[in-house]
Design a protein around this ligand. Structure first.
Ligand SMILES: NC(=O)CC[C@H](N)C(=O)O
Length: 383
């Protein structure tokens, strides 16, 4: 028998799950989503893209490796609520500094455990992502349901301002600095500048509403558009900024939210997926190499596939849908054939996740090198 207080989870369609209090005691609301990763809960919880979402883990036991002070992907936990089946009673790992539940409580994250997360996930897969509430304060389902139906939808939500850095900061290259990148922080994860640093890139991270002049102030070799929470249809400022970068032929690499922004800048629309892709084992085909990579995902929106199929024409030239998800055919990446820009819908920084997509950071170095050599040819031709 659990010694925990009772808690309830109520979905906006009225389905109720009963469980026990986990983390902070209280009440919370958000969009119910599920993550299928067997590992990486610390990275999931601290990924700013989850802002506004109540995350259910399909892995049945969570918390086994506790919490450490090294694996946070940002400055705090962002999920609106946390749902697990079996909360590990002990933290057993040499790197653990404390238990997961201590950290959830310390950061005020309301959760629920002892929930049939398998049934919850099947429900969300059938009915689609929807709003949810968790309460360990009252177990009155009717009362909670009314509150759930009053909370804002994820569609139309602009959450970038809540997670972005307030001031620019710089992350130094490892070894000899070779290149510089300006990263637009829409909810960036720490492993991104780390992956760039490995390749001799110094990254300056800018707040999401930086102007193009501020972003290009240090004359960076490329601009990186990060992942982030909310509906990409609301990212007007960032789409306009990207269009300006394309006009100026600045190399651009976008991931996740950044892919949606590049796609919109190229004239594509975004739409809400039924239940999204969240986990660390999503198969993606890279059409450049015909290789399949196993990748880390966390997205609830996607770019509408162009009617013409793999290639489409834009005011910035021809573009290829370079990556597709093999589970459902969703657009997972774009490569501009006439402009120095490309993007993927997933997380090549892979924290947590397999490292198959690491080559995408090498492509950035190639793109920078090619742009530099074209510029110097152009400069010579103009001399
Ligand atoms: N990880 C991300 O960048 C997510 C992008 C966007 N918020 C979505 O859910 O699709």
């Amino acid at each position: 028998m659990s010694s925990r207080a009772p808690a309830i989870l109520v979905l906006e369609d009225g389905r109720v799950f009963r469980g026990a209090a986990y983390g902070s005691v209280g009440e919370t609301f958000g969009e119910a989503v599920f993550n299928t990763g067997m590992t990486g809960y610390q990275e999931t919880l601290t990924d700013p893209s989850y802002y506004g979402q109540v995350v259910a883990q399909t892995a049945p036991q969570i918390g086994n490796t506790g919490w450490n002070d090294e694996d946070d992907e940002s400055r705090r936990i962002w999920v609106a609520g946390y749902v697990v089946r079996d909360a590990s009673r002990t933290a057993s790992n040499w790197r653990a500094e404390r238990g997961l539940e201590d950290e959830l409580a310390a950061q005020g994250v309301v959760g629920i455990c002892e929930v049939d997360t398998r049934a919850l996930t099947r429900h969300l897969r059938d009915k689609g992502a929807m709003r949810v509430g968790i309460s360990s304060r009252s177990t009155d389902a009717e009362e909670l349901l009314a509150k759930v139906r009053d909370t804002p939808q994820m569609a139309g939500a602009n959450h970038v301002g809540a997670v972005t850095a307030s001031e620019p900061y710089t992350y130094q290259a490892k070894g000899t600095p070779k290149y510089t990148v300006a990263a637009l922080d829409l909810g960036i994860k720490r492993n991104t500048p780390r992956r760039l640093a490995e390749r001799g890139i110094t990254t300056t991270v800018y707040p999401a509403y930086a102007t193009v002049d501020l972003l290009l102030d240090g004359n960076p070799d490329a601009v990186f558009l990060s992942n982030g929470p909310g509906d990409p249809a609301t990212a007007e400022h960032q789409v306009e900024l990207t269009r300006e970068l394309l006009r100026r032929r600045v190399p651009v690499f976008g991931i996740c939210f950044g892919n949606q922004i590049l796609g919109r800048a190229l004239g594509l629309e975004t739409y809400k997926l039924k239940f999204g892709h969240r986990g660390v084992n999503q198969p993606v085909l890279d059409r450049h190499t015909d290789k399949i990579e196993i990748t880390a995902h966390n997205h609830g929106f996607a770019l509408k596939a162009p009617e013409s199929g793999e290639y489409f024409d834009t005011e910035f030239g021809r573009v290829q849908v370079s990556h597709v998800c093999l589970n459902d055919g969703v657009v997972e990446g774009l490569t501009c054939l006439d402009a120095p820009a490309y993007s993927v819908q997933y997380h090549p920084e892979a924290a947590a996740g397999p490292h198959d997509a690491d080559y995408l950071f090498d492509r950035l170095v190639e793109l920078i090198e090619n742009t530099r050599s074209n510029d110097s040819k152009g400069a010579k031709a103009n001399a």
